[in-house]
Design a protein around this ligand. Structure first.
Ligand SMILES: [Zn+2]
Length: 122
């Protein structure tokens, strides 16, 4: 099993993807989900640049914590992501039912984010 996160400390230090024994599901260095095959490209260049790209919604959830969990997974996989929830910063979660908690990513990374979120649901 391999860590496919191009921002993983192991990749930054060694320029190669970290490899782990079968049975280990999460990279102990960065928290990314491991993949069965060695990633073809293990550099940040494989993820499109986010600078100046407009943010787009790639997922929405009834609860902020679910959106935050999705954001954590996306960030662990080297993307930029944030939660947008209209709930007074979590102080009044009841407001969240009117407008669901949304996961935002730069438009240039949306297709990568959607693929990772699709994998998460399976
Ligand atoms: Zn890692």
């Amino acid at each position: 099993m391999f860590c496919a996160n191009p921002e993983c400390p192991h990749v930054r230090d060694t320029k190669t993807a970290a490899e782990y024994r079968d049975g280990i599901a999460v990279c102990p260095e960065c928290g990314a989900r491991l993949v069965p095959d060695r990633p073809a490209v293990s550099s940040p260049a494989s993820i499109p640049a986010a600078r100046d790209a407009p943010l787009v919604v790639v997922a929405s959830f009834n609860f902020r914590q679910d959106a935050d969990l999705a954001v954590s997974m996306l960030v662990a996989n080297g993307l930029q992501a944030c939660t947008f929830a209209d709930d007074c910063g979590g102080v009044d979660p009841g407001l969240g039912f009117a407008t669901r908690a949304r996961v935002l990513v730069p438009e240039t990374q949306a297709h990568v984010a959607l693929a990772l979120l699709r994998d998460l649901k399976q």
